[in-house]
Design a protein around this ligand. Structure first.
Ligand code: C5P
Length: 287
């Protein structure tokens, strides 16, 4: 959404950009690389809901509000601040921006929050500066910011290989009801990858996204459970709601379940909230 208003003599632009939650419908680790990363085959999908970025030309820098704001710092390590800096180098601009991040998604939770925020910042800045969203320079910025940022920049169902940055779009699953559940435990992505047993269990399968997801697995589930055993409880409770598929996303601890109807997802959410009132739940649909 873009609006413009006249302040004294100049026009100020405000851009609001959604930063949708990402889930990994499947995540296969094929091998450890010499650079410390892991070679992946993953199926990314995106929700209609997530964080929100609002950008105005100004001087104040980054501010954060929303239910999960307190877990984040606004300094130079914040991925949104890094995205702004990387973008400024790309377009060689001295323009300064006020960036507001509304943090609706839990932090360090396997649903790409920071990556989605950085990608949304890049999209908003690109639109403010007349740069096309498929400009390869924008993708290069995303790639430099993190393994999931290119997928979040694209924002649609895709197979990711390499670190996750090489993307092949796939159609299907749009509108599928989804429930996210997080038990309130932050998990370090690097620590979960380090705990992987190093055994290649094979590639993603073929077919439509649901078939690939159902035949697939998340190889980070076992190492994440060894760090945060409550993830097993989340998955057990989601399985009891009879979804089409329930699985952990990314390096956890957030797990997702897909349903064949809105009614099934609503009853599942009611059951999960009643059984574990302290857990965070998000009811949404796939984009
Ligand atoms: O790329 P990003 O900074 O988001 O990755 C965070 C951490 O996750 C990396 O430092 C690395 O430990 C791990 N990672 C990995 N292999 C990948 C992606 C991430 O080992 N393909």
């Amino acid at each position: 959404m873009e609006t413009a208003f006249r302040s004294r003599s100049r026009i100020r632009h405000i851009i609001t950009e959604r930063a949708p939650a990402k889930i990994n419908l499947a995540l296969h680790i094929r091998r450890r690389r010499d650079d410390g990363y892991h070679e992946l085959e993953t199926l990314f999908a995106f929700l209609r809901d997530g964080d929100e970025i609002t950008i105005t030309s100004g001087q104040k820098g980054l501010s954060i509000d929303g239910p999960f704001a307190s877990g984040l710092e606004t300094g130079g390590n914040n991925l949104v601040a890094r995205a702004t800096k990387t973008f400024a180098q790309l377009v060689d601009t001295k323009t300064q921006y006020d960036v507001r991040l509304t943090k609706n998604l839990p932090i360090a939770s396997g649903i790409g929050g920071g990556s989605a925020d950085a990608a949304a910042t890049l999209r908003a800045l690109a639109r403010l500066n007349g740069i096309a969203l498929d400009d390869p320079r924008l993708f290069a910025c995303a790639d430099a910011l993190g393994s999931d940022v290119p997928a979040c920049l694209y924002g649609r169902t895709a197979i990711g290989t390499g670190r996750g940055e090489r993307l092949e779009p796939l159609d299907g699953l749009t509108g599928t009801p989804v429930l996210l559940v997080n038990p309130g435990v932050a998990v370090s992505t690097a620590a979960v990858f380090r705990a992987w047993n190093g055994i290649d269990e094979g590639p993603l399968g073929e077919g439509d996204p649901l078939a690939i997801a159902r035949d697939g697995r998340n190889d980070l589930e076992v190492p994440a459970k060894s760090i945060a055993p409550v993830i097993g409880e989340v998955l057990d409770r989601l399985d009891e709601t009879q979804p089409m598929l329930a699985r952990m996303s990314g390096s956890g601890a957030t797990c997702f379940a897909l349903y064949d109807s809105e009614e099934s997802r609503v009853s599942a959410a009611v059951a999960i909230r009643a059984g574990a009132p302290g857990w965070w739940c998000l009811e949404s649909t796939l984009a």
